[in-house]
Design a protein around this ligand. Structure first.
Ligand SMILES: [Zn+2]
Length: 274
């Protein structure tokens, strides 16, 4: 309870222009007056100890470097749930990020967990329950349970089977598609709650694909928020069922990583970081 209270204290209540009065934090390599007010929700997928075989794989040494950067520069790493109020105008008291990892890859346990445990950084996993324990590449329920017991890891929904909703919409008739959407979205909550005793009330859209129909389905299923992708931090006014997250790459090293951690859109990188 003490940990939650401290983290909740990182935010001031939403109040008019309070955001403008929040003290700017300093991040190495990024001028203090360039720090922003949004919260980058850092998104990872697989880690690999040696090589980045595909775009979304971050190598373990780079991940360790990124986490050390956050610690050294006193960037506050908040549980994902605690940054939701920022979309409604809650003020930040300094540079803040949240960390997420999608798809339930086993390397979240073997590579990522030891590093976040060392720093005591909270991480939210978005998983597809039927994939857990399915083949050697995915996490097992005992691995997830151990991570949850550490108090650092939250587990949330990424739909049941990680569908591409655009493809499914194109190939199904309306009734079949509606039923499919409901099963994939609503049906993802119970297996997580049953296995871990967690509420599973936040959703990450597979491939970042969503639209008004899907957003409504998520709301109807009882989710309190859903995350898409994007290249910018979560900020005041962002829609509850399409909150932006930033995919982090193996090439995101300081000062590039510092620019992102400071709450800036990735698109602005070229202007500031060579
Ligand atoms: Zn995914």
């Amino acid at each position: 309870m003490k940990r939650r209270a401290l983290l909740a204290g990182a935010f001031a209540a939403a109040a008019g222009s309070a955001r403008a009065e929040a003290p700017a934090g300093e991040i190495a390599g990024v001028p203090a007056d360039k720090t922003a007010e949004g919260v980058p929700v850092l998104t990872y997928h697989r880690l690999d100890p040696l090589a980045s075989h595909s775009g979304t794989i971050v190598t373990t040494p780079v991940f360790a470097e990124q986490m050390a950067y956050l610690a050294t520069n006193r960037v506050h790493v908040a549980p994902l749930r605690d940054v939701l109020p920022v979309a409604h105008g809650a003020a930040l008291l300094g540079p803040t990020v949240a960390i997420t990892a999608d798809d339930g890859w086993r390397t979240v346990y073997t590579e990522m967990f030891p590093i976040i445990r060392e720093h005591r950084f909270p991480v939210t996993l978005f998983i597809n329950p039927p994939m857990i324990g399915h083949g050697g590449a995915y996490l097992t329920w005992p691995m997830i349970t151990e991570m949850v017991k550490s108090g650092l890891v939250d587990v949330q929904a990424h739909t049941l089977h990680h569908p591409n909703f655009n493809t499914e919409h194109a190939k199904r008739d309306p009734a079949s598609y509606t039923a499919f959407v409901k099963t994939e979205i609503a049906g993802c909550r119970a297996p997580i709650t049953a296995a871990l005793g967690l509420p599973a009330d936040m959703l990450a859209w597979p491939f970042g694909i969503h639209n008004a129909t899907l957003d409504a389905a998520a709301e109807e299923a009882g989710y309190i928020a859903a995350f898409a992708l994007g290249s910018r931090p979560l900020a005041n006014g962002d829609p509850t069922f399409a909150l932006p997250r930033l995919q982090i790459y193996d090439t995101d090293r300081a000062p590039r990583f510092g620019w992102i951690a400071a709450g800036h859109p990735r698109q602005q990188l070229k202007k500031v970081v060579a």
